[in-house]
Design a protein around this ligand. Structure first.
Ligand code: SF4
Length: 703
């Protein structure tokens, strides 16, 4: 008789952190069914289509043949084919090449990228420990750099904590939701459900977006802003709140500093002064500002429509300023929500896969902290912050001193040849790096440049912990026996470290987790046991005492995580986008998501069910008037061209998009929109300006 088991685990897709109940046929090592678990605090028994159907690549025999099942090496150099080798040979080869590069160019010539997806927090901890303690550099980063890096930096400056200040369930008890640059229905469908429920309970919604999104459809005020002008609107709303006396003066006096300096600067940003550039009516800006200030339960939600601009950090700070002005911090159902995209991107930040912080957001430049890690890891550590991954091209292509160049890149569960901006330059960069290691589940585009490919276990084949967007650590359980030949991500990097001369050994993920929480005070009380008992634990959780069940919302009573406990107003003037439309490239171009797919589709692109819903080559959404002037019909193939490259996709006329603007889903392998995107960075967070560049669209004749 076939044996079945039911296992609760966490969805591997967006950061909502939905709990999935999976039925597994243990005899045939297959998942039979997935449904939402009532144990899920954020999903309450529901799932979106990715959670329901996004796992069939683990069962499908044809797809499984595409999994990497044996380590591979290019034995004859860069231009030779990848050849399968034993694990022993692959580990030895990788260790020897890395050691040789360290010997010749030093540890800072090696870059490491961790994964915010399937591997989990323990694997993330091992990646940063491998880079810091074994290689000897802080050059470690991950995809938060290209999405919500600006949220972390921007919030740290104002309120001292770079994460969502409230919990997902609190969203439905908000009285006002200020939704800016965030399309929840596509990015986080189970967060979108909370927004809809809030609306049903009487919440008023302000939606700011250049496109008419699903949230815009139910908004009380929809501000169809011109892309790239967020700062003008945010400063103008602050201007109205201050000039009309709508501030919470007691909160400002007791819990903030630098208000007057901020208010003096904001005085210039009247709604009338920003109307032309934002394409908004002054009366609508005033209405939005008054509504924002009308409640002590105003929640601000944003996504990459705020962060993926060259002024992303400053716009995040401007969002936090609005909550400080109106006393919208420190109690239930209020505050700021940078809703993190990938399932474990919050966790990967938590684990210190950042060039400037150890696990628990402890600065690498702090000698006391560094000393603690040195003692625990029995090694001396670099005091210098490392390289953000978006600066790798600079350090490969334009660094004149060979000693200061990046000579090796160890990439875990990422695909920069698909996900990073300005792909022509990324390809040139990868081809010029002496030694590239890719550790992943499928052969991705970056494998074309890899000297070594190491096969890792997929979601469902290992256990660990993910952190959801609202700081909730949740246990991830193993469903299936791993595919033949694959090893766990943390296990692989422990083997490489040992072969390089720095032994790292763990029997299981709990040992890794316990080492991590012993070093990170914010997480010290979040044991596996407490996570299981409490349906997850939201950090900070300082004590192992069962009574400490974590922190659903931050900054209780108006005490912020800054050194002086105050919220710090920060004024920033508006800076325009880096590349504007011109006669040669007359349209603006912005990247967006497709609801049925995830990131660069390493997983969902191999799911039959999700591919039947949406597949190559994606589309470019354009206003019907623009389509007409270019003689384009729905579904016709077009070539989209920017200053950096071009790509082919299909035309999608839609009134949701204003004339002059275009939007393209970023997930397709053929029509990769990052052929076009601008690699200009926010100077503070080094996040690229994915959300705005100039392009032109040409019809492909004779199709
Ligand atoms: Fe998974 Fe996000 Fe969908 Fe929940 S909302 S099922 S976490 S993709």
């Amino acid at each position: 008789m076939t044996a079945y088991k039911k296992v609760n685990t966490i969805c591997p897709y967006c950061g909502t952190g939905c709990v999935i109940e999976c039925t597994v046929d243990t005899e045939h090592n297959r998942i039979i069914e997935a449904k939402g678990s009532p144990d899920g605090v954020n999903n309450e028994g529901r799932l979106c289509l990715k959670g329901l159907y996004g796992w069939d690549y683990l069962n499908d025999p044809q797809i499984l043949t595409r999994r990497i099942q044996q380590p591979m090496i290019r034995k004859g150099g860069k231009t030779s084919p990848l050849q399968e080798v034993s694990w022993d040979e692959a580990i030895r080869y990788t260790a020897d090449r890395l050691n040789a590069i360290i010997k010749e160019f030093g540890p800072d010539s090696i870059m490491g990228a961790g994964s915010a997806r399937g591997p989990g927090n323990e694997a993330g901890y091992i990646t940063q420990k491998f880079m810091r303690a074994c290689v000897g550099t802080n050059n470690v980063d991950h995809c938060a750099r290209i999405c919500h890096g600006a949220s972390v930096t921007g919030l740290l400056g104002v309120i001292g904590e770079g994460a969502m200040s409230l919990s997902v369930p609190e969203i439905e008890d908000a009285e006002v939701i200020f939704n800016i640059g965030y399309n929840a229905a596509v990015s986080h469908p189970l967060v979108a459900r909370r927004i809809v429920r809030a609306k049903k309970k009487g919440c008023k919604i302000i939606c700011v977006d250049p496109r008419k999104t699903e949230t815009a459809r139910i908004a009380d005020i929809f501000l169809a802003i011109k892309g790239g002008t967020n700062m003008l609107l945010l400063n103008a709303m602050a201007n109205v709140i201050i000039s009309e006396g709508l501030t919470d003066t007691d909160f400002i006096r007791q819990h903030t500093k630098d208000f007057q300096v901020y208010a003096d600067e904001i005085a210039a940003y009247t709604p009338e002064s920003v109307a032309a550039e934002t394409h908004l009516q002054p009366a609508d800006i005033r209405k939005a500002a008054r509504l924002f200030a009308s409640s002590k339960h105003t929640v601000t939600l944003w996504g990459m429509g705020i962060t993926q601009f060259s002024q992303g950090v400053e716009c995040v700070a401007a969002c936090a300023n609005l909550s400080l002005l109106t006393g919208n911090f420190g109690h239930y159902a209020t505050g700021v929500g940078p809703v993190r995209g990938q399932n474990n991107v919050q966790g990967t930040c938590d684990m210190g896969l950042l060039p400037n912080t150890y696990p628990g957001y402890q600065e690498v430049t702090d000698a006391r902290v560094r000393n603690k890690f040195e003692k625990a890891w029995h090694v001396s550590l670099s005091p210098n912050p490392g390289l953000p991954l978006t600066q790798v091209p600079e350090k490969v292509l334009r660094e004149p001193d060979p000693k200061k160049r990046i000579h090796a890149y160890y990439i875990v569960g990422e695909d920069p040849a698909q996900s990073d901006p300005n792909l022509p330059e990324i390809r040139e960069t990868l081809s010029k790096i002496d030694f590239v290691v890719v550790q992943d589940i499928f052969r991705n585009k970056t494998c074309e440049y890899a000297d070594v490919v190491l096969p890792a276990t997929a979601w469902g084949e290992h256990e660990g912990v993910y952190t959801s967007c609202d700081r909730r650590f949740q246990r991830v359980h193993k469903l299936l026996e791993p595919q033949r030949g694959c090893k766990k991500d943390w296990e692989i990097q422990c083997l490489v470290a040992a072969a390089m001369g720095y032994p790292m050994h763990y029997d299981n993920t709990e040992q890794i987790w316990n080492e991590m929480i012993a070093l990170a005070p914010k997480f010290a009380g979040a044991t596996y046991e407490k996570m299981e008992m409490n349906k997850g634990i939201q950090w900070p959780c300082y004590s192992t005492d069962p009574a400490d069940k974590g922190t659903p919302y931050l900054h209780k009573g108006g005490t912020f995580a800054t050194a002086d406990g105050k919220g710090h107003f920060q004024f920033f003037p508006y800076t325009p986008v880096q590349e504007k439309e011109d006669p040669q490239y007359p349209l603006s171009f912005c990247t967006v998501r497709e609801v049925g797919h995830y990131s660069v589709r390493t997983m969902t692109g191999n799911c039959r069910l999700l591919r039947t819903l949406a597949d190559e080559p994606g589309y470019i959404a354009m206003n019907p008037a623009d389509c007409e002037s270019l003689h384009l019909k729905r579904g016709e193939l077009v070539r989209v061209i920017s200053r950096r490259g071009s790509t082919i996709t299909r035309c999608l006329p839609t009134e949701r998009v204003s004339s002059g603007a275009t939007y393209m889903t970023y997930q397709w392998w053929i029509g990769a929109c990052n052929e076009l995107t601008n690699d200009k960075l926010d100077p503070k967070s080094h996040t690229p300006e994915y959300k705005y560049c100039a392009c032109r669209v040409e019809k492909i004749e004779n199709q």
